[in-house]
Design a protein around this ligand. Structure first.
Ligand code: NAP
Length: 283
């Protein structure tokens, strides 16, 4: 397998690289510009950012500095929590595009289903944002639309008014956190599952069972995590600003974990914590 060509296919037929490059907590400015350019140079073709990360401008500069043809890249950003309405979705989408310096986006996600600002009317607020996203999709400004941190009840509510079903759900999936109910729900409906914090936000490196597995396979713990995510059928989004790690995290296509070890990693329940309850977040 070749990581540069390995793709999943979204429900609308759009191809999506099977590993993405994460940018949460990557500081705006030179660090983000350099990191994104390094990631593209290393072979990543999918960059994940968000309005809330505050680094869309630098991500855009990194993309341009890479010199790679825009059409070879897959760029995702996410609607921030305060922007849940038709008007604000439209306006903040334009702002994101200006910051990124792009004339089309590959994937736009609703970042969280139930922000504190809309807690008393989250279904309505999501329906309004989704309508705007559908229009942007139909106008050819976005190649696919999806959600993040949605559980089945949020998706069911969204689908009541949707013309287009979400192509993707981006959720926290890492060793010991497999969100089985949400994963099955999405899978049955043909949604691609993106795995965020695949390294447990850097906490996985202290887990003794993972150290044993790294030794067994002669691979790094990060590579075991990313390989595990792929073997579960997910799309991992590892983040690193360190050039050697950026490259290391892509070298996962020349080994395979046994079925027993895939299960063992799933069973390390809570080893790096669990996803936040999206109905209880304070932002
Ligand atoms: N939709 C959402 O709500 C949501 C939430 C969280 C994350 N995400 C997305 O998912 C991406 C990844 O998740 P994450 O940022 O939470 O964390 P992560 O990818 O699980 O872990 C990142 C941490 O691991 C370190 N690291 C990376 N590769 C390593 C390696 N090979 N060896 C040792 N350490 C390594 C990084 O350090 P250095 O950077 O210092 O190298 C960083 O501290 C985010 O960046 C974001 O794009 C989405």
């Amino acid at each position: 397998m070749n990581h540069q060509t390995d793709m999943y296919t979204l429900a609308n037929g759009v191809g999506i690289p099977c590993i993405g490059y994460g940018t949460w907590q990557t500081p705006d400015g030179d660090v983000a510009v350099r990191a994104v350019a390094d990631a593209i140079e290393a072979g990543y073709r999918y960059i994940d950012t968000a309005q809330a990360y505050g680094n869309e401008e630098s991500v855009g500069r990194g993309i341009r500095e890479s010199g790679i043809d825009r059409r070879e890249l897959f760029i995702t950003t996410k609607l921030w929590n305060r922007n849940h309405s038709y008007e604000l979705t439209m306006r903040s989408f334009e702002e994101s595009m200006n910051k990124l310096g792009l004339d089309y986006l590959d994937l736009f996600l609703i970042h969280w289903p139930n922000p504190i600002a809309f807690r008393d009317r989250w279904q309505e607020a999501n329906a309004e944002s989704w309508k705007a996203m559908e229009e942007l999709y139909e106008a050819g400004k976005i190649r696919a639309i999806g959600v993040s941190n949605f559980r089945p009840h949020h998706l069911e509510a969204l689908l009541k008014n949707a013309k287009i079903a979400p192509a993707v759900n981006q959720i926290r999936l890492c060793p010991g956190e497999t969100q089985d109910e949400t994963v099955s729900w999405c899978r049955e409906r043909g949604m691609v599952l993106e795995a965020y914090s695949p390294l447990g936000v850097g906490r996985i490196f202290e887990v003794p069972e993972m150290q044993d597995l790294a030794e067994k396979y002669g691979r790094s713990i990060a590579q075991i995590c990313i390989r595990w995510s792929l073997q579960r059928g997910w799309l991992p989004l590892p983040k690193s600003v360190t050039p050697s790690r950026i490259r290391e995290n892509l070298r996962v296509f020349d080994f395979e974990l046994s079925e027993e070890d895939v299960q063992l990693i799933a069973d390390l329940k809570g080893c790096v914590g669990y996803a936040k309850d999206p109905d209880q977040i304070g932002f």
